[in-house]
Unconditional design. Structure first.
Lengths: 234, 291
């Protein structure tokens, strides 16, 4: 469904991605593993149009994404939950979620979508009038994921959802990610915590200094010596 | 001191305050969202006055529809100027300074175009409404009553629009975190264009409402801009409520000062308050606020 073909991305003159090829199928959970600065976030930014590839193509089904404006992605069904959550701190939880449905197709269905979010995250329903900046880290991550889901995406891209969260909260967030996937949304997951990422993912890619160096099913990656040593600490 | 005089001046001050508040709310709106100052704001105010003048005189349109036309025309003009002048500077280095310089240029161009097209003679308009309201022994021209009501209604609806409407949500999202807003499918350039237009429209509203009290001329924007900036800074840069309250306050204090000092001193009083407040509370009376 989502396909990157030979994508090169530059920051000014510095090349950040080198010929990245990547596939996410319908209803799949795919994880990108790699250390800080490997190019995982850059890959997501290229998909959502925040960065424009200098070479290569990005496709969602039959639609070519790499020439489009980032503001068109939500209506095409791509949701990007950025690293560090990036909520709108002076807006309420409900307002933050509504912004997720800003594109005109989703806006008409915003209240139905909102009901779905309250079902997935009952705690947010209790906090709907609270300012997002005053929530705990875990709750903020829930709002960030919920905001991504408000456009009813075909693919949900999560950038480091476990960052800065307590292990118990991380476990809960990942259970919810699996639930979301079981309802039919494909997921592309950037995660430094390879243990938990490979537990939930169907397939994975390993990125090292801007290149994809390995790919396979989650089982294959867990069994791989290099992955074991470098990312699982075994 | 004559208490009637004090009340009269207080009412005058509030009318003047309405003008400062609308001008300042527009300036604070684009500061809050685009993080830029618009030095041509006064010229959009001026155009608002001229549009009303020509609508009511040359086209014989009644004043209230004329007011709507003035706001609409200046909204479009503002949006156009944003698209043509500000938009190309976005995401380029030097954003701290470039819109400032560009809008000074726009201001000079518009002022001279007005001088060329409309001449240097001051234009005057009659009051939209005749007669006076008499209540509790106070007389007040209906024109002034109308200025209050229209300003209050517009400010309240604008506030509700920012809080509740889809575009308002988008505007606040762009103001708080532009990159995150882009990810939510918000076209920030469009938000900027419309916001700039709205800001100019608010200036036009102020000019059109007050046109019968002040006269219309190519330089009328200057005083409006200076007082508008003072109100914005007094209220706390970027704060909408602050700009409105500070605008009303500034108008009132200026008018009251006329009782004690002569009227030439009212700008001195305005600037003295400005300097005093900034010394004591550098972030303004109500503090800078995110949208």
């Amino acid at each position: 469904m989502l396909a990157l073909r030979d994508v090169d991305v530059f920051y000014g003159n510095a090349q950040a991605l080198w010929g990245v090829n990547l596939l996410v199928g319908e209803k799949e959970i795919v994880t990108l593993l790699g250390s800080n600065g490997a190019g995982k976030s850059t890959t997501l930014k290229a998909i959502s149009g925040l960065l424009r590839p200098r070479r290569g193509q990005i496709w969602l089904g039959e639609v070519r994404l790499d020439q489009l404006d980032p503001s068109e992605m939500a209506s095409l069904g791509i949701a990007h939950v950025p690293e560090g959550r990036r909520l709108f701190p002076n807006m309420t939880v409900a307002e933050n979620l509504l912004i997720g449905a800003y594109n005109s197709t989703s806006w008409a269905r915003r209240f139905q979508e909102l009901e779905k979010i309250w079902e997935i995250f009952p705690i947010l329903s209790e906090r709907r009038k609270q300012l997002a900046g005053t929530l705990s880290g875990g709750e903020q991550q829930m709002v960030a994921i919920g905001r991504g889901l408000m456009c009813n995406p075909r693919i949900l891209m999560l950038d480091e959802p476990s960052l800065g969260l307590a292990p118990k909260i991380v476990e809960m967030i990942f259970q919810i990610i699996v639930q979301i996937n079981q309802k039919g949304t494909a997921i592309l997951l950037n995660e430094q915590n390879a243990h938990i990422a490979l537990q939930v993912a169907h397939r994975g890619y390993v990125m090292e200094i801007g290149r994809i160096t390995m790919s396979g099913t989650a089982e294959e990656l867990i069994g791989n010596e290099h992955v074991k040593k470098a990312y699982l600490g075994l | 001191m004559d208490s009637k005089l004090v009340i009269d001046q207080l009412l005058n001050g509030l009318v003047l305050g309405c003008m400062y508040a609308s001008v300042a709310s527009g300036l604070t709106l684009i500061w809050g969202t685009m993080k830029m100052l618009n030095f041509a704001h006064g010229e959009f105010y001026m155009v608002g006055g001229y549009v009303l003048y020509f609508a009511t005189t040359a086209f014989a349109i009644p004043p209230l529809p004329g007011l709507v036309i003035a706001v609409a025309v200046v909204f479009l003009l503002g949006a156009l100027v944003e698209k043509g002048v500000i938009d190309p500077l976005l995401e380029k280095p030097g954003w701290e300074l470039s819109p400032l310089v560009a809008t000074v240029g726009v201001s000079i161009a518009m002022q001279n175009a007005a001088l060329r097209l409309f001449g240097e003679r001051f234009k005057n308009l009659p009051y939209f409404l005749d007669g006076n309201l008499e209540m509790f022994g106070i007389r007040m021209a209906y024109q002034r009553v109308m200025i209050f009501i229209v300003t209050a209604v517009v400010m309240l609806s604008f506030w509700a629009f920012i809080r509740k409407a889809r575009f308002g949500l988008g505007l606040r999202a762009v103001a708080q975190d532009r990159d995150a807003a882009i990810l939510m499918g918000i076209n920030f350039k469009r938000v900027y264009t419309i916001t700039f237009g709205l800001s100019c429209g608010l200036a036009a509203l102020a000019a059109a409402l007050l046109a019968p009290i002040f006269s219309i001329n190519p330089w009328m924007g200057h005083a409006a801009l200076v007082k508008g900036f003072i109100a914005v800074v007094l209220g706390g840069l970027g704060s909408f409520e602050g700009a409105i309250l500070a605008g009303m306050m500034l108008g009132t204090v200026e008018s009251i000062s006329v009782i004690i000092l002569s009227s030439e001193w009212k700008d001195v009083v305005a600037f003295a308050i400005f300097i005093l407040v900034l010394t004591v509370r550098p972030s303004g009376l109500f503090g800078t606020k995110e949208w």
